[in-house]
Ligand binder design. Structure first.
Ligand code: LM2
Ligand code: CA
Length: 481
């Protein structure tokens, strides 16, 4: 039997604006939630350590994020651009984002909130300035000279292109032995270099860090990463940045033996689907599209590089960006990372900082986008947690921009990206009968829902109106009765 529910005032108000509104934040629970089923990573790009710490306590932990990924913590070249972080000059944990003590305190605070910490580790190269200089924390350096760490014999000089720079991505030797935009390329095959890199990573592990994003992994042979990994003092989550390029010889699959690998096709394909194709095509998104095996894939709608390069959805896309993230968090493929950005007008613009380039504390929605707090994205983290391990069932699509699916017995998501509302339709969920909070338009806390309530009947159906470019999501973790 199909039952219909009248259009609620709240649903009628389900405008795009609602998709990006921040949610009211509940007070943190007394104890950290168990971390076993929390898989979602929040990438707090360029946040300083005190701000990351308070976000762990106030938002990430209570709302169910399992991990926070932080920007590179080592000493870097001076300057105001964000990318100074990608030019290490020493492995001291001392940067514009904070001191070693602040970093340590951030890790402890995040752990106390049940959030693990992943560090963006820049280990393929050092700085890229021909002249050298003095680093953030006062270390002096030359392009191929880092006193007490690396000397000229520790770098690759590939002998190509006149300046040792990478020009041809279809040449494996060149990609791994030449310089990425003039960045002094470490001889990662040498025992000495491996021991220095492992020393840095082990120092971070000693501070309690849980995992690493290995920057520029494609520029290091998988065997070199394996050699470094073998020197780690304990196991750590590893995700490698290997950007798939059509026809290139270096493949993301070469790296899966070391840990997870970023699937860059995911965000690009998702953007194309949302912008110019059909959501109906998402029915087999992931492995069915030739992407990496799900168990090895780390996925995101955008990251700090792709949001500057184009070809993906970003915070600029507002409601559609929220919907794309909702799909990512609802769909069981890979490990999702939610991007959190500061507002930028040009590619090089650094984060809000003071006159000395020290990064200021984060102020959400003012200079910082805080996408990870947008209601749809934040509440879909709860959906992701509640549906762990449940497969896709009851796929529905209208052939175009309206899709729906269950996560068997645990949750249901429908996205309507048509230019028109879909009214008076019923959806088969297979979920237990009951009243569920529509977490796209309301927040569930202390057993009540601040938005529309969806009633699943005894046969597993519900009826709802879904406005244009909007969605409805329910799950067993946000059930009223
Ligand atoms: C990465 N992954 O493999 C990072 O995700 C990416 O953000 C990094 O580039 C890159 N690899 C190196 O770690 C960024 C940024 C570049 C910037 C570099 C180094 O996208 O623009 O290059 O960091 O800071 C800048 C200048 C470039 C210059 C270079 C060296 O833009 O023109 O090259 O510094 O001085 C002469
Ligand atoms: Ca290299």
């Amino acid at each position: 039997m199909r039952r219909r529910r009248g259009r609620s005032a709240a649903l009628a108000l389900g405008l795009i604006a609602g998709l990006i509104a921040p949610t009211a934040l509940a007070a943190p629970p007394a104890a950290a939630a168990p971390s076993g089923t929390k898989k979602v990573i929040a990438n707090l790009f360029e946040w300083n350590w005190p701000s990351v710490a308070s976000e762990c306590t106030n938002v990430l932990g209570p709302k169910g994020y399992g991990f926070v990924q932080v920007s590179p913590p080592q000493e870097h070249v001076r300057g105001n651009q964000w990318w100074v972080a990608y030019q290490p000059v020493s492995y001291r944990i001392e940067s514009r984002k904070g001191t070693r003590a602040q970093f340590q305190s951030m890790v402890n605070t995040c752990h106390a909130a049940g959030v693990k910490v992943i560090v963006d580790a820049v280990i393929n190269h050092m700085s890229g300035q021909d002249a050298g200089g003095t680093g953030w924390a006062g270390s002096s350096y030359g392009h191929y000279d880092y006193p007490g760490i690396y000397q000229s014999q520790d770098f690759h000089y590939c002998g190509r292109n006149g300046n040792n720079d990478i020009a041809n991505y279809f040449d494996r030797y060149e990609v791994q032995n030449c310089e990425l935009v003039n960045l002094a390329d470490l001889e990662t095959e040498s025992d000495y270099v491996r021991s220095k890199i492992a020393g840095y990573l082990n120092d971070l592990l000693s501070l309690g860090v849980d995992g690493f994003r290995l920057d520029a992994s494609k520029h290091m042979p998988a065997a070199d990463i394996a050699g470094i990994r073998a020197r780690l003092s304990r196991s750590a989550y590893i995700v490698q940045e290997v950007i798939y390029g059509p026809g290139e010889p270096i493949l993301p699959t070469e790296y899966t033996g070391n840990g997870d690998v970023h699937e860059f096709r995911y965000g690009k394909d998702l953007a194309r689907v949302f912008r110019s194709e059909r959501l109906a095509y998402l029915k087999n998104f992931g492995e069915g599209w030739g992407h990496l095996p799900s168990a090895s894939a780390a996925v995101f709608v955008d990251n700090h590089d792709t949001q500057r390069e184009g070809g993906v959805l970003t915070y600029h896309d507002r409601g559609i960006y929220a919907l794309a993230n909702a799909f990512m968090l609802g769909w069981p493929y890979g490990s999702p990372t939610v991007m959190s950005s500061y507002t930028f007008g040009n590619r090089d613009q650094g984060p809000p900082s003071d006159g000395t380039n020290k990064t200021l504390n984060t102020t959400c929605y003012s200079g910082w986008e805080c996408e990870h707090r947008w209601r749809v994205i934040l509440n879909m983290v709860g959906f992701n947690n509640a549906t762990q391990g449940a497969g896709v069932a009851n796929w529905y699509d209208n052939g175009y921009q309206h899709i729906a699916f269950s996560r068997a017995g645990k949750g249901y998501l429908t996205i309507n990206d048509e230019d028109f509302a879909v009214n008076g339709r019923s959806y088969y969920t297979g979920l237990p009968a009951g009243r569920y909070c529509d977490i796209i338009h309301g927040d569930f806390s202390n057993g009540s829902c601040s938005g529309p309530v969806i009633t699943v009947d005894g046969s597993g159906w519900f009826a709802a109106n879904v406005p244009a470019h909007d969605a409805v999501a329910i799950h067993v973790g946000a059930k009223l009765s």
